[in-house]
Design a protein around this ligand. Structure first.
Ligand code: ADP
Length: 477
């Protein structure tokens, strides 16, 4: 049995701002089937603390970056949780990363350095008679784990892996914090955690971890290019031999149209009709001849939704409709609110898990025009619900959707549409083509069936992670 400590800043269903949480939440059960024992270390935010009923204290630290802290253990659902109870760092209301004004909490470097420090400490001492063989960190919030493990003297025994869910967030901190963050000043170099005159927790992990993964093969390739590497492409090229891409799966129990309690369940695309009628009613949309398209997304530059605003006429002119659920950038929120002056556009600003299920069930197509997308999950939910994904040809969107090219249609494997380059003109053409495909019922039916048949679960990826763990273990098992 290989023991893996997964270290992350979010985890569904307890605390989620994006796809990272889904992956961290699903991974333990997925790899358990492969003989991996995984515990998950999370910060003790209010929502996480509230999920604990009868925790046991498994580790105490008298001074964790300014105050005492402890690690609580409890099994919650499928998750073997280790929760870092450090009220001075995590017991605050609102967003886990941002203050009330939408800015990063000023002590984010310390908050996640503390998480990484405790992860390394658990690596050294174990908890509850359980010793990790591998520390598997996610994103910049766990980037300092290898450095801390090194300074504690644990790298000969314990393997380290860092998974990049999004390289756009590099975890910066002012170099005046080197000492306060308990970092080795000799590692403040280009070969260490220095990044353009600042500390970067992500770069520390990229340079220090034994193995690196990201969440699709195409994103792994893209990370090594100057267009997608966000200034870290040189680091990624340097670590090429340590890097692999493992595509995310989805939780096939939570996202199953045949058993989903949030919708009118269905097993074939025909069952979508009742959900579509309900969705139109919920969004106040009239009947229409064209496809009902949805967006479920953070509203940020990354997601390319400004392009959709420009391309929208191509959909609406052909009788299509748009229902959007999202929140984020105030400018985009306002622009989509303004777009509802057209009766075939409806928008809900906010975050609503149950509504996102009803949208997947009721829509004809889901639009994901991202400028970059490490993996993307909503196109996978779309496939599973027979909701045709129209996506940008990038990252995981390139790897998980089979575009309706003449060849793919001819052999009957198409399940979506991809467009390139990621511009409003190309998106507009793709929307027009989507409407044409929708109007061709036999072709559309076939695409929906193909979509629902496409494997989107964890099976192959869980096996890939297990193989990686076996490869990264340092002591004979
Ligand atoms: P990212 O992690 O970049 O936000 P992903 O597609 O990987 O993008 O994951 C986004 C996750 O968050 C999906 O599970 C999606 O359904 C969910 N999500 C995003 N915005 C909303 C929202 N407004 N309401 C409900 N779920 C949302």
């Amino acid at each position: 049995m290989i023991n893996v400590l997964s270290v992350a800043s979010e985890c569904a269903p307890l605390v989620k701002t994006g796809g990272l949480a889904d992956v961290v939440g699903a991974l333990p059960a997925a790899v358990a089937a492969e003989g991996i024992s995984m515990k998950t270390l999370l910060p003790g935010y209010p929502a996480v603390m509230a999920a604990l009923r009868t925790p046991t204290t498994v580790l105490e630290d008298p001074d964790l970056f300014g105050a005492p802290a402890r690690v609580l253990a409890e099994k919650v659902g499928d998750l073997d949780l280790l929760v870092l109870d450090a009220p001075h760092l995590y017991d605050r209301p609102g967003n886990i990363y941002l203050d009330k004004t939408g800015k990063d909490w000023p002590d984010n470097p310390e908050r996640f350095a503390a998480l990484s420090w405790i992860a390394a400490k658990i690596g050294m001492t174990g908890v509850d008679n359980w010793m990790p063989d591998i520390l598997h960190g996610h994103d910049w919030q766990a980037g300092l784990v290898p450095d801390y493990l090194h300074s504690m003297g644990g790298t000969a025994r314990i393997g380290t892996i860092l998974t990049i869910h999004n390289i756009a967030f590099n975890g910066p901190a002012d170099p005046s914090k080197i000492k306060a963050l308990r970092l080795n000043p000799h590692r403040y170099t280009r070969d260490g955690f220095e990044f353009w005159g600042r500390i970067s927790a992500l770069k520390a992990g990229l340079m220090g971890a034994d193995r690196l993964t990201t969440v699709s093969q195409t994103y792994a390739e893209e990370l090594m290019t100057d267009q997608f590497g966000m200034g870290l492409d040189g680091v990624m090229r340097h670590r090429k031999s340590a890097l692999s891409g493992i595509v995310n799966g989805i939780d096939e129990t939570a996202w199953n149209p045949a058993t989903d309690t949030a919708i009118k369940p269905y097993k074939t695309p025909k069952g979508k009709a009742a959900n579509k009628a309900a969705l139109r009613q919920e969004f106040g949309l009239p009947d229409a001849d064209g496809p009902l398209c949805i967006v479920v997304s953070r509203l940020t530059e990354q997601k390319g939704l400004d392009l959709l605003l420009d391309a929208l006429p191509a959909l609406l002119e052909r009788g299509g409709q748009l229902a959007l659920l999202g929140s984020g950038d105030p400018g985009l929120e306002a622009a989509f609110a303004a777009a509802t002056s057209n009766p075939n556009v409806a928008v809900k600003i906010g975050y609503d898990e149950a509504l996102s299920h009803r949208m997947m069930a009721g829509a004809d197509a889901i639009l994901v025009p991202s400028r970059f997308e490490p993996c993307g999950l909503t196109q996978l939910y779309g496939l599973r619900y027979g909701t045709i994904p129209l996506v940008a040809l990038t990252g995981g969107l390139a790897d998980t959707v089979v575009s309706a090219s003449p060849a793919a249609l001819a052999i009957g494997v198409a399940n979506g549409l991809q467009f390139h380059p990621v511009t409003s003109i190309a998106l507009g053409s793709a929307l027009a083509r989507l409407c044409d495909l929708y109007a061709d019922s036999p072709t559309w039916d076939q695409m929906q069936k193909n979509a629902m048949r496409q494997p989107v679960g964890w099976g192959p990826s869980a096996r890939a992670y297990a193989a990686l763990y076996r490869d990264t273990v340092k002591t004979a098992k």
